[in-house]
Structures are given as structure tokens and as C-alpha cells.
Design a protein around this ligand. Structure first.
Ligand code: ATP
Ligand code: MG
Length: 427
């Protein structure tokens, strides 16, 4: 296909149902700048935001448009172009195509840029139409690999930052397993990078579950959230798969850490510049962090077992959620780490006591849970046919469609041991 023909195809596709590619460019070479603007005029319907500048100017941007489809950036004068490119790639929205330009004509540089996630690199000077062809190639590839790169698709997506906190009412109910599986399923469903954060800085098991390295810098970041920048996130958020990243620490038991007020909220705000969806594994043992993370959450998944202490603690946590995050959507799940068939408490007892529907009953599937741990992957990848995945599917689908989400559902009250327990707790 000729350049003109390909530009026409893109233009007509854009004009039918899309507002053109949402594009930004930072180019310091003036000839290249005018060539790029001419090349992209059709694809962007003349609305590309093209600025004179280089990757430094791009790195200074704090808030990228969430629907950005295409970014072209001049690596001119960068002392460490690969580090800068990696930091930039981490900062821009996941679906954005990034193309570098620069004076160095070196295949090693090209390879390194591709390795950090750039889609292409053009050495200066480049011929008329070269940029249009590069963009077309990147779009083509993105479409074939299932990514949503066209603005018509990405603009339709909800862009509100979301933090889902997963909290176990008791130890060992399966909260971490659930957090990891939900995050992986959500990322795969949205085709969007989701970040898992283990807020249990001392004893968290999330990074172990995914066979990733714990990083000390998480504590520093909670201490000084204003210092979090794109480079920090790139270094600390570890990639597990295309749509799943994770961060967690392994602080020594002797390091006591007291988060300053609103630390977790400020930290999450910075993280949300890069990741729209965060799934937090919330510790029970640290009431300060627990409260702060809950406060900053838009969605909360409370996982309980079917035991009397489990239901009591689920109720206390429900009260905490009600007090500190009244606007958050609360979901209740019964965990599968302890087989429900061996439990004295029934799901209907939980619903009556909490006056909330149980949104998800996670079955016990020891083989699936074990194989996930063994391969260091989410259950949805290690054992996709597991009942755990099946049970979580409606919950994951509901998370992303707010109106249809499983909100608070009142359950008719009858007098029971659990109700008496509830009355006792509220006194
Ligand atoms: N649905 C399930 N079926 C069977 N085993 C499970 C299930 N979910 C989790 N497990 C297993 O139960 C154990 C505890 O799981 P997990 O670490 O997810 O619980 P947790 O609530 O996060 O625990 P902690 O309180 O230590 O943070 C793990 O060995 C895990 O593999
Ligand atoms: Mg856990």
C-alpha cells in the first residue's frame, strides 16, 4: 500500500467513527518537526499537539491525557536515551504508541528502545511519508495483537482512577490469592495494565506468590510520596505479564514503620498517574496503613471464611469501611482456603449478619491454588479452568461496569446468634 493510500485508509477510518488519533510530539529538529506535522495531518485531523522540544520536555509532563494514542519524541541530547525512554514509556498510558526520533543511526539503540517498549525509532533525517508508515505499522501491529490504540476505542473507556482493596477478615482466608487473581483477570479483561501493591511491608506474601522481587523503596515512597516519579514507578513496579505489574517490600521485622497521615492516599495518587487500576493487598496487622488504604479506595473486597471469628471480624471491617470510605463500593466474598463444606457457618448466616449479599463464593481448589504458587502465577493463568476463576468472573466483570456492579444488597433480618453478635459489637 502506498503512503498516500495508507494515510487515506486511516483517514477514512478516523472520519467514519473516530475523532482522529490523539497525538503529541516533542521534536527539537525543525525540519523533522514540520515533516512530522505534515505526515500526520490526515491521521490526526490536524489536531496533533506538536511541540518544539525533546524527551526532557516529555518527561517533565506529570499528567498525560489518558486517551493519548500516539507520542513521538526526539531523543536528541539525551545523555542516557534508554533510561529516559524507559521512564517515559512507564509514564504514558499503556495503550499509547511511542515512536522515537534522533540523530543516532544505530541498530543497538533501536533494539534497546524496542526492548523498553517503544514501538519504533526513526533516524534523522527521514523521508517524507516515513513517519506515516511507521505509525501505520504500529497501529497495524497493535490491532493484530488485540490492543486498543485508536482514540475512538480508548476515549470510550472510563478513565477514573480505581483502587480495589482486598482485605481478609482473618489470616489465611485466601485474600492474597484473591487479590492476585482478580488483578490478573481484570488486566486481561480490560487489556490494561493493572498494578498490584502489597501494603504489608513486613510480612506480605504477594511478591512471593508471583515469584517477583521485593523492593525496599516501597517504604521510602510511603514516607515521601511527593518524590515518586515515572522513573521510580518504572523501577519499583515489576512486570509479571503484559497486563499485570506488582510491587511489594520485605522490611526487616525490627524496622518499625509508622506511616505519616495520608501517606497511602498520597502514594496511590502518584501511582495512579501511571496505572488507572490498582489492586491493593491490605494487611490486617497494621491498623494505620489499613485505614489509610481503605480511605483511598474506590472499591473494597472483604474476604471472610465461614467461621464465627471470621464473620465477627468481617463485620468490624465492614464498619470501618462504612466509617472511613462511605462512598466506596463494598463487595463480600467467602474465601476458599478453608473448605466451606467443613464450616459451621453458612453463607446465609454471613449475609444476615452483615446485611449484605455475598457477592462471590470462592470454592476450595487446593490443586489450583498449589499450582499457582508452584509456578508463581495467578490462578487464572496457572489453572484457568479452576472454580476459583469461574467464581471470580462475575465480580471482575462487575468491577468495570459501575452501574451493574454488585453493590450493597440488603438481606432480610432474622434473629440469630450472628445478629446478637452484631448487636454486641455495635454497642
Ligand atoms: N480457593 C482456594 N482453595 C484452596 N486453597 C487456597 C485457596 N485460596 C488460597 N488458598 C491457599 O491458602 C493459603 C493462604 O492463602 P493466601 O495467602 O491467599 O491467604 P491470605 O488471606 O492472604 O493469608 P495471610 O493472612 O497470611 O495474608 C495458601 O496456601 C493458598 O495457596
Ligand atoms: Mg495475604
Amino acid at each position: 500500500m502506498s503512503v498516500t493510500a495508507s494515510a487515506q485508509v486511516l483517514t477514512s477510518a478516523s472520519q467514519e467513527d473516530k475523532p482522529g488519533l490523539s497525538t503529541m510530539a516533542f521534536i527539537s529538529d525543525t525540519t523533522a518537526l514540520s515533516r512530522v506535522s505534515a505526515d500526520l495531518f490526515n491521521m490526526t485531523l490536524g489536531k496533533a499537539n506538536i511541540r518544539e522540544g525533546s524527551i526532557d520536555a516529555a518527561l517533565a509532563i506529570g499528567d498525560w491525557p489518558r486517551n493519548l494514542d500516539l507520542l513521538i519524541v526526539d531523543l536528541a541530547d539525551a545523555i542516557d536515551p534508554i533510561a529516559d525512554a524507559a521512564a517515559l514509556k512507564t509514564a504514558v498510558p499503556g495503550g499509547c504508541i511511542v515512536i522515537g526520533v534522533g540523530r543516532v543511526n544505530d541498530v543497538a539503540l533501536f533494539r534497546d528502545l524496542i526492548a523498553v517498549g517503544f514501538n519504533d525509532y526513526l533516524a534523522l533525517p527521514f523521508a517524507e511519508g516515513a513517519m506515516a508508515r511507521a505509525v501505520e505499522r504500529a497501529l497495524d501491529l497493535r490491532q493484530r495483537t488485540g490492543g486498543a490504540a485508536l482514540s475512538g476505542q480508548s476515549a470510550a473507556k472510563d478513565t477514573t482512577p480505581r483502587t480495589l482493596s482486598v482485605i481478609g477478615a482473618r489470616g489465611g482466608v485466601g485474600a492474597t490469592t484473591t487479590a492476585v487473581t482478580v488483578a490478573a483477570m481484570l488486566g486481561a479483561r480490560l487489556k490494561e495494565e493493572v498494578l498490584l501493591i502489597d501494603f504489608d511491608l513486613h510480612y506480605g506474601s504477594l511478591m512471593l506468590a508471583l515469584d517477583l522481587e521485593a523492593i525496599d523503596a516501597l517504604r521510602e515512597a510511603l514516607d515521601q510520596p511527593d518524590r515518586i516519579d515515572a522513573l521510580f514507578i518504572q523501577q519499583v513496579a515489576q512486570k509479571k505479564s503484559d497486563f499485570l505489574y506488582a510491587m511489594g517490600a520485605e522490611e526487616a521485622p525490627t524496622n518499625d514503620f509508622q506511616a505519616r497521615p495520608h501517606a497511602a492516599g498520597d502514594f496511590l495518587k502518584s501511582i495512579h498517574r501511571r496505572f488507572r487500576w490498582v489492586v491493593a493487598d491490605v494487611p490486617r496487622g497494621d491498623p494505620v496503613i489499613q485505614r489509610q488504604v481503605i480511605e483511598a479506595s474506590t472499591d473494597i473486597l472483604l474476604v471472610t471464611d465461614l467461621s464465627l471469628p471470621g464473620v465477627r471480624d468481617a463485620m468490624r471491617l465492614q464498619q470501618l469501611v462504612h466509617d472511613v470510605a462511605p462512598a466506596a463500593k463494598l463487595y463480600i466474598a467467602t474465601g476458599g482456603a478453608i473448605d466451606a463444606r467443613r464450616s459451621a457457618v453458612k453463607v446465609s448466616d454471613v449475609e444476615r449478619t452483615l446485611k449484605h449479599k455475598v457477592d462471590c463464593q470462592i470454592p476450595a481448589d487446593t490443586a489450583a491454588a498449589l499450582s499457582a504458587v508452584n509456578v508463581g502465577k495467578p490462578v487464572s493463568e496457572a489453572a484457568p479452568a479452576s472454580g476459583i476463576v469461574k467464581a471470580l468472573r462475575p465480580l471482575v466483570a462487575g468491577l468495570d461496569t459501575p452501574d451493574k456492579g454488585a453493590g450493597v444488597a440488603r438481606v432480610r433480618k432474622t434473629a440469630s446468634l450472628f445478629e446478637r453478635l452484631g448487636r454486641g459489637l455495635k454497642k
